[in-house]
Ligand binder design. Structure first.
Ligand code: ADP
Length: 430
């Protein structure tokens, strides 16, 4: 509950980056503190300009907060925060007894935001402006000491200073803790990525070497001058199969690196799911029937209602991958796939399934098969082949389209892979 509420106000720093998270926290903090201060100032009947100054900062920052939270235009807000804060600090400094009040320390807090928000010359320029600003304040206070009022009592001055100090202290502790946690997380992620990269290299060299050996080995055998026609055809078929296998692996590697580097784009068009299901059925029918397995599909939605706005190529790749796996890991029985409309929490979804009566997947393996390079422990791994990339690409595609994927399987008794897609003709995909 606590996490959900804070997610609503701020979003998570892992999702949007620490600096952008700080923008949201800061904006909300200024709005809340400004609002409370305005009420307190009004209740204490302080001078009208003191009350007005906090009211104005609340009124300025509230729309900036909503703008940033909804439109996600963080960079504009960073400039807005620094410029308005500087203005307000100067006004507050003037109203709040210059250097004898608590405002001067806020320049240090502002500088720490500048360090997080900006890079290179913008950071340098903002820091110089801040230093010049402080120098000017010093000069004003030095040459015009009479401009400022004095605290009515020593107690008022001390309370103001110490309360201010405690508030800055708490804010700094909170933000430094969030920053440390964020960067420790980032470091862990980087270490994990490094480990996966090594696993990737080891796995890929194996996956590429095996078909390559097939191609080179059988090409060598083809050189035999007195080879009979049957054997020649057999060797050529093996070379072709190894070539196709290598091409598949290279395509998978390219897809996964596009997904990981974030360049894999979604292109939305209107597409009939019924048509896609039928196409895939007709495409794989000869291969499945040649294996002696029954093959069927189910589309319960009328054609017109089966048209949704989605990325046609990705839906095709998802279904193809799952059907291909079902064929690969099934030796007898049936393979059936299809989809239906289901209702989840007031929204309608398309729920797809690909069901086989194949070797099934153990509980432990079910937990990891969607991760990269994972192949469940199967006795004849070499006979089935695969780089363990198919399901991770499939999962990434499903999630890019706004759905989820899961598996229900029992070892020895077959598997059902399910995935959902939003059922919306004017679908919003992030
Ligand atoms: P691979 O290239 O090894 O098939 P995938 O990512 O497509 O890689 O699948 C990962 C693992 O999940 C496979 O190695 C296999 O052990 C298991 N798997 C996937 N689909 C099925 C299925 N329909 N039946 C049984 N096991 C499956």
């Amino acid at each position: 509950m606590k996490i959900r509420v804070s997610q609503y106000f701020f979003r998570s720093p892992d999702e949007i980056g620490f600096d952008n998270y700080l923008v949201l926290v800061l904006l909300l903090l200024i709005v809340v503190i400004g609002f409370l201060a305005t009420i307190t100032n009004y209740a204490l009947q302080l001078s009208w300009y003191t009350t007005l100054s906090t009211a104005i900062s609340t009124a300025v920052f509230l729309p900036i907060y909503f703008y940033t939270r909804i439109r996600r235009r963080y960079i504009v807000s960073k400039y807005a925060i620094v410029i308005f804060s500087l203005l307000i600090l100067n006004i507050q400094w003037f109203i709040n007894y210059g250097s004898t009040g608590p405002v001067l320390y806020l320049f240090i807090v502002l500088e720490s935001f500048i360090i997080v928000f900006f890079k290179n010359y913008v950071k340098l320029a903002a820091t110089i402006i801040l230093l010049v600003n402080i120098t000017v304040l010093f000069a004003i206070e030095y040459y015009q000491p009479g401009m400022f009022g004095k605290y009515p009592t020593d107690f008022a001055r001390l309370s103001d200073l110490y309360i201010g100090m405690i508030v800055y202290f708490l804010i700094s502790v909170y933000l430094i803790n969030v920053a440390v946690k964020f960067y420790v997380n980032e470091q862990k992620k980087a270490q994990l990525a490094d480990k996966l990269k090594s696993a990737f290299l080891a796995n890929m060299s194996h996956e590429i070497r095996t078909p390559m050996n097939g191609i080179l080995g059988f090409a060598e055998l083809l050189k035999e001058p007195n080879l009979n026609g049957d054997l020649q055809q057999k060797y050529i078929a093996i070379i072709e199969k190894s070539g196709t296998r290598m091409l598949n692996i290279i395509n998978d590697i390219m897809d996964i690196s596009k997904i990981e580097s974030g360049v894999m784009k979604i292109s939305l068009t209107e597409s009939s799911i019924n048509e896609q299901v039928e196409f895939i059925y007709n495409f794989f029918k000869p291969e499945v029937e040649a294996k002696g397995i029954r093959f069927s599909f189910k589309t319960t939605v009328p054609f017109k209602e089966s048209i949704i706005t989605t990325d046609r190529e990705k839906v095709y790749a998802i279904l193809t991958n799952l059907v291909k796996n079902a064929i690969k890991y099934t030796d007898r029985g049936d393979i059936e796939f299809g989809y239906e409309i289901v209702q989840r929490k007031k929204t309608q979804l398309l729920q797809f399934y690909v069901k086989d009566t194949g070797i099934g997947i153990s509980r432990e393996s079910q937990a990891v098969i969607f991760e990269r390079f994972v192949q469940a422990d199967i006795a004849d791994k070499m006979a089935r082949q695969g780089a363990g990339l198919g399901l991770s690409i499939t999962k990434a595609y499903v999630e890019m389209l706004g759905g989820t994927i899961w598996v229900d399987s029992e070892e020895g008794n077959g598997s059902v892979f399910y995935f959902t897609l939003p059922y919306d003709t004017c679908q919003q995909v992030k």
